[in-house]
Design a protein around this ligand. Structure first.
Ligand code: LLP
Length: 403
């Protein structure tokens, strides 16, 4: 059990706390589920990109799914082997493509015909060959929040099946491209198996039709997206997930690449914030806390639910309150009409499921320094990112003025 009160008093609030043992357990569960085939779990660095977290996954044997050259550099710094690093994303700059080729990562996930042409040109300029995979958009509704849905033609991601086929033929005919993989990712926080199974079937059929024209791929990259429990959602079991995918791959000798983010880190993370005070506006009761939307944006951006646990001496009956931060936006809330007992100044609130897309989506809005982050492993606590100071926030601007 993590002692949140002790951590809050030692490291102050707002504070992110990550349970590395929980991350290991999630990793092992998923790895185990795919044991019938060769597999790489390429951790989606964007979910929680703290170097210590990425390093933790490196020690477990994970690869990394990166969506900017910054994330690729992070993966290298954290010790992920280059042959397990993937670079995805709908828009990569020439400089990013060049560096990825020079770093000789496993492959670049290409998301458009125009991008394939750029990669080809840059590989040619470097007198090199770039391993690529193509992100296919299977036009399947993943039945998740529209902001995190990516597998429909309405979404900007990937290419349709016909374009994909053309692109593989082009790549196969180019001496500067080596088509090694195929990729799809239909969305995040997926709680239904059927859309994943259907997408995998469509993509596996494409692999078979490529085989017929002598294009042999090695990697079947199924993206990430496995949903987790924030509240009382029914989620997909790793075993069922793996079986659904593996069932589409009969007679295909492919290494499965999975890019989990949230599954590995969301429920390993907690966001600690202290009560500043309560206030009443007419009939409405607010609990004002020291954390804000600049620390944890998900409730404001997606209306996302995060469980809130109050650590208080209060024994009063719970009542419905809005938990809000100090930022000057009405959208700055962690929960609306949430049942909490009467709270005192300095009571602690633990916001659950904050280990994915929490710190990483943070900002310095309202000139607020981002929170500190600590990791807990085997009962030992380590500060893995110090709190940002005012000096940190203005440092770059002062340099500019001095010039
Ligand atoms: N692979 C690709 C190509 C992705 O685009 C993503 C997430 C992942 C893997 C990892 O997905 P996961 O396993 O974490 O679901 N900020 C949003 C989530 C955005 C997800 C973007 N892509 C949120 O807070 O819910």
């Amino acid at each position: 059990m993590i002692n949140f009160k002790e951590l809050a008093s030692e490291y102050k609030t707002p504070l992110y706390v990550y349970d590395l043992d929980y991350m290991s357990a999630q990793y092992q569960k998923l790895k185990e589920a795919f044991k019938a085939k060769k597999s790489i779990l390429a951790y989606a660095v964007k979910a929680n990109s703290n170097l210590s977290v990425v390093k933790h996954f490196a020690t477990l044997g994970a690869g990394a799914d990166c969506v900017s050259i910054g994330e690729v550099r992070r993966a290298f710094l954290a010790g992920i082997p280059k042959y397990k690093i993937i670079f995805s994303g709908v828009g990569k700059s020439d400089d990013e493509i060049r560096e990825a080729i020079q770093k000789d990562i496993l492959y670049i996930n290409v998301e458009s015909e125009a991008e394939l042409a750029r990669v080809n040109l840059i590989a040619k300029e470097l007198d090199s060959t770039c391993r690529i995979s193509i992100r296919v958009n299977p036009n399947i509704d993943p039945k998740t929040h529209p902001y995190i849905s990516t597998g429909l033609h309405d979404n900007k991601f990937g290419v349709d099946l016909n374009s994909a086929k053309r692109m593989y033929i082009f790549a196969n005919n180019s001496e500067h491209l080596d088509p090694v993989g195929i990729h799809f990712h239909i969305g995040s926080q997926l709680t239904q198996l059927q859309p994943i199974r259907e997408s995998a079937e469509i993509v596996a059929d494409l692999v078979r039709s490529l085989q017929k024209i002598n294009i042999e791929l090695k990697f079947f990259d199924i993206g990430g997206g496995i949903g987790v429990k924030y509240d009382d959602e029914t989620t997909i079991k790793p075993y069922d997930y793996a079986q659904a995918i593996l069932g589409t791959l009969t007679a295909l000798d492919l290494t499965v690449i999975c890019e989990p983010g949230r599954f590995l880190t969301a429920n390993a993370g907690y966001f600690l914030t202290k009560v500043l005070y309560e206030k009443q506006n007419g009939d409405k009761k607010f609990v004002v806390v020291d954390g804000a939307m600049n620390d944890l944006l998900r409730p404001a951006l997606y209306g996302a639910y995060h469980k809130i646990e109050a650590i208080t001496e209060s024994t009063s009956e719970p009542r419905a309150v809005d938990v809000v931060g100090p930022v000057c936006e009405s959208g700055d809330f962690f929960a609306k009409n949430y049942l909490l007992p009467e709270l005192q100044h300095n009571d602690l609130l633990v916001i659950h499921s904050a280990g994915s897309y929490g710190f990483g989506m943070g900002s310095n809005y309202n000139t607020r320094g981002r929170s500190a982050e600590v990791a807990v492993q085997n009962g030992e606590v380590k500060l893995i990112r110090r709190r940002e100071s005012f000096e940190d926030l203005v440092a770059l601007e002062l340099e500019f003025l001095e010039d």
